[in-house]
Design a protein around this ligand. Structure first.
Ligand SMILES: [Zn+2]
Length: 241
């Protein structure tokens, strides 16, 4: 039988259990052999406190979520975040158009534009994750001869994008400060991504920040390519009319 592997949230040392179950319903939290603190104090905490600590980008909370839980919602969360992103772009596109032409209402309801936005956002996210994973693979496997497991890294990246959910309230309750809120959400998501990489690989802050910067560069290049491609597609479509 495969032994489950956990990590101490304080010192990142490996542990085989988080608590010991004695008979008569007595549970005792496991103490780390290395730092002599509880292996995972969060198993006793309320999920709201864990979420607040994750929002504050605390290393311990990230270790708890990424190593000591079986949270398997990263793909669902990824789709939901992409929907939020697509909705933001779609509302921005139509928010800039101030027309009273009734024909515009029909155009406004065209769903394919939303799906197009969703596809572009998915491509950009794939470019971001691809850029980050390629950089880390090259930096760690190629240069330092250290093995890197890409699957947990991808899970950490996708889970740490949870901040994109905040885009929805920023768009719904639109006000003068919405662009600032959206920019802050983007910075928060990138900080969260960097912290997730740092915790998963137990690496330096410099390496995780470099990986995020390279991912962002790759995402920007793909976004530019998508925009150029959509413009040339529109030009071709208007020329054929
Ligand atoms: Zn420890």
């Amino acid at each position: 039988m495969e032994i489950e592997e956990f990590r101490c949230v304080e010192c990142n040392e490996k542990a085989t259990e988080l608590h010991r179950d004695y008979s008569n319903g007595i549970l005792k939290i496991t103490i780390c052999d290395s730092c002599h603190k509880p292996v995972d104090k969060y198993i006793e905490y309320d999920p709201v406190i864990i979420l607040i600590d994750a929002l504050l980008c605390k290393t311990q909370a990230f270790r708890h979520i990424l190593f000591n839980t079986k949270l398997n919602i990263h793909w669902k969360l990824c789709v939901f975040c992409l929907l939020c992103e697509a909705y933001l772009r779609w509302s921005r596109l139509h928010g800039s158009e101030q027309s009273s032409d009734p024909a515009d209402f029909i155009r406004y309801t065209k769903e394919w534009e939303f799906y197009g936005m969703f596809g572009t956002a998915a491509l950009e996210l794939a470019a971001f994750c691809g850029g980050v994973l390629c950089f880390l693979w090259a930096a760690l496997c190629g240069l330092r001869r250290r093995s890197v497991r890409l699957r947990p890294l991808l899970r950490a990246l996708l889970l740490s994008c949870y901040g994109k959910v905040l885009l929805i309230p920023a768009v719904i309750w639109e006000h003068d400060y919405s662009p600032i809120c959206i920019a802050l959400i983007e910075v928060f998501v990138l900080t969260s991504n960097s912290q997730a990489i740092r915790v998963t690989l137990n690496s330096s802050r410099r390496l995780s920040l470099s990986a995020v910067c390279l991912g962002l560069l790759s995402e920007t290049c793909v976004a530019r390519l998508c925009r150029t491609f959509s413009w040339s597609f529109l030009d071709a479509a208007t020329a054929s009319d």
